[in-house]
Design a binder for this molecule. Structure first.
Ligand code: 5GP
Length: 184
């Protein structure tokens, strides 16, 4: 028993010494621990997030400035098939295609083919009731096609405070992973 304890102490000492040698031979300070590494990683991730959030907000402010100009958006080009997209569902009124920058394993955008003043949900009027209902039902069809009917989220960002970046009403259908609440 005593012999095996001594052997294990010796082994531990040998492995700590070996680790310190490896670290110093690679130019890593010997006080560098996995905890130091984790703290560094979290710090860099927080900085990255902060800069991404600022960019997102700046882009949203810039997009909002042009929102009601009536100018075509990138989604008009997608509807006209002038630029490619991966279409998941389409009927005479709506188009659903994969988001170029997915925030979940399933991330599909559902848009009305005819914008009709619906640059954002905040501009909806009584005459839009039918298309709004149709968009929501299309979101359910997309969720079914994507196999996420057991749990999915539908998001509409309306206006710069919500970080809307494309001024053609669209529903984000997100799923395929555990969602968290509250959203950012
Ligand atoms: P918003 O920020 O306005 O709620 O969402 C706009 C969404 O459109 C973003 O998630 C963005 O990734 C997506 N998007 C922007 N440009 C394109 C594009 O050219 N193709 C596709 N498929 N998605 C796009």
């Amino acid at each position: 028993m005593a012999a095996s304890n001594s052997l294990s102490l010796l082994r531990n000492f040998a492995s700590v010494t070996a680790l310190a040698t490896i670290k110093s031979s690679r130019g890593i300070p010997t006080n560098f621990t996995p905890q130091t590494q984790t703290r560094g990683f979290h710090f860099r991730r927080t900085l990255f997030r902060m800069s991404a959030i600022n960019n997102e907000e700046a882009a949203a402010q810039a997009a909002a400035a042009d929102a009601d100009s009536g100018a075509p958006t990138i989604f008009d080009k997608i509807i006209a098939k002038e630029i490619p997209s991966t279409i998941v569902y389409e009927d005479e009124k709506v188009l659903a295609f994969r988001d170029i920058s997915p925030q979940a394993p399933v991330h599909v955008l559902v848009i009305p083919k005819f914008r009709d003043g619906l640059t954002q949900l905040g501009k909806a009027e009584a005459r839009h009731e039918e298309i709004l209902g149709h968009l929501l039902y299309a979101a359910k069809i997309v969720a079914e096609k994507e196999g996420i009917l057991d749990g999915f989220r539908v998001v509409i960002n309306s206006g710069p405070t919500a970080c809307q970046s494309v001024y053609h009403l669209h529903l984000h259908v997100l799923g395929g992973r555990q969602m968290k609440w509250p959203p950012g």
